[in-house]
Design a protein around this ligand. Structure first.
Ligand code: PLP
Length: 451
């Protein structure tokens, strides 16, 4: 693409530093500037229309251009555009959303706490966990265990939880006290002859060994996504969560479920925790909570967390944490309307139904010479690309094959997401069979072009 002087692309290059982008490469090739969204489609300023097979960033559950959310935002803005939740102040949308999330939780939860992004929710989780340990008179119990290739955000603390080198390298992370255990990706990490269950047992043993090495009474919490998203859509092997939870229970370690991607239908149940029988003490939520029409995130905490925190703040005089926009009334009103839409349109059941079609459709690509593994559950999936199926390897430069496939697929009208050498798919929950067929056909055609 050649960038015309003074064009919108040229201005983007001139003034805008992008997230997750190679800055020098961006100077050379410029952006694709999106202009309009409707249903599962987005259109750029050159008039090219794409199926947004990633729902933006795993987030636009109810699809683009949903008028009901526009109207909900407009009504709330006219009524009370802003108020905060510090020092005993509150407002209707925050109260209603807190009540609704607690009622929706798959396990008994006591309170909702509002933040503005997944990163802030997980950052806040670390602070709550520390605060709780201090309250319980266990100041040594502060370490947190996360997983290699887990993704939990980009603030200093949440990026430390994230288990990806790119989020640590050059930022002097991870912070002290955060540890990463085995990634439960059976296809990649399983040994020759090892069953899925045996691999799950090994993951739990690795966790146990890390806990023993660090000292069980120093570990406060374990965090995991029910299905790993940004680390490459890693679906846990059979019996994994059961075995991990048994280890955590034995050592009195809190379980945090990062439902930022899985929450609100993605895996075919309302929460990923329901798909995998996970019983968390804390849940972090964002993305599909508002379908990303506005930024909002939340933590749900149970009484094991809430009661000591309440006791401690009574001791100190206040709970010294909060964001100006925590529980923003317009974002909360949009989230409430979004949850209404998810329920009224049966989008969780739809994710299950369409999910089966997406998974089956993508699995037909397994015979392609460039496809090593197809994995996923519900409406989240990944196709792992290889150049040598037996050795499970791709091009010498990691990620090069994935990047090439992504670019061809995008040129052909489907936006996926390259993660290493895999292509991720996470479409809006309103997706229809015809769109899924188109995604699968276009992926095959694009891989043929690449081969
Ligand atoms: N947790 C998970 C599972 C995520 O996928 C993400 C973002 O992709 C985050 C946390 C961070 O959320 P945010 O980008 O809103 O800070």
């Amino acid at each position: 693409m050649t960038v015309q002087p003074n064009s919108i692309e040229a201005r983007d290059i001139a003034y805008h530093l992008h997230s997750y982008t190679n800055a020098r490469q961006h100077e050379a090739i410029g952006p694709i500037v999106m202009e309009k969204g409707e249903g599962v489609f987005v259109t750029d300023t050159d008039g090219n229309r794409y199926i947004e097979a990633m729902a933006g960033l795993w987030s636009v559950a109810v699809g683009f251009g949903e008028k009901r959310l526009v109207e909900a935002a407009s009504r709330q803005m006219a009524q009370l555009n802003y108020y905060h939740t510090f020092t005993h102040k509150s407002h209707g949308p925050a109260i209603e959303l807190a009540e609704r999330l607690v009622a929706m939780a798959p396990v008994p939860m006591s309170k909702a706490y509002f933040t503005n992004s997944g990163s802030e929710a997980n950052d806040t989780m670390i602070k709550l966990v520390r605060y709780r340990s201090n309250a319980l008179g266990q100041p040594q119990k502060k370490k947190i265990i996360s997983r290699i290739r887990g993704y939990h955000g980009v603030t200093l603390a949440s990026a430390s939880l994230t288990g990806l080198p790119n989020n640590h390298r050059a930022f002097d992370l991870p912070m002290e006290g955060i540890f990463h255990t085995t990634c439960p990706h059976y296809w990649r990490e399983g040994r020759d002859g090892e069953s899925e269950e045996a691999f799950a047992t090994r993951c739990a043993e690795d966790l146990e060994a890390l806990i023993q090495a660090e000292g069980p009474d120093t570990i406060a919490a374990f965090i995991g996504e029910p299905v790993m998203g940004a680390g490459g859509v890693v679906v846990p092997p059979a019996t994994y969560w059961e075995k991990i939870q048994a280890v955590l229970k034995r050592h009195d370690i809190l379980l945090v479920a990062d439902e930022v991607i899985c929450g609100f239908g993605r895996t075919g149940e309302m929460f990923g925790c329901q798909t995998y029988n996970i019983e968390p003490d804390i849940m972090t939520l964002s993305k599909a909570l508002s379908s990303s029409y506005l930024p909002i995130s939340a933590l749900l905490i149970n009484d094991r967390v809430y009661q000591p925190v309440a006791d401690q703040s009574s001791e100190i005089g206040t709970f010294g944490h909060g964001y100006t926009a925590s529980g923003h009334p317009v974002a909360a009103a949009v989230a409430l309307e979004n949850l209404d839409i998810i329920e009224e349109r049966g989008l969780v059941g739809r994710a299950r139904e369409m999910g089966e079609l997406l998974q089956a459709g993508l699995r037909t690509l397994e015979d392609h010479p460039l496809v090593g593994e197809v994995r996923g559950v519900g409406l989240i999936a990944a196709v792992e690309l290889v150049t040598d199926k037996a050795a499970k390897t791709a091009l010498e430069k990691p990620g090069a094959l994935g990047a090439q496939a992504f670019a061809i697929l995008q040129k052909n009208g489907v936006i996926s997401r390259p993660i290493g050498d895999s292509l991720a798919y996470c479409p809006p929950l309103i997706i229809e069979k015809a769109h899924i067929d188109l995604i699968v056909e276009t992926t095959r055609k694009s891989l043929d072009e690449l081969h």
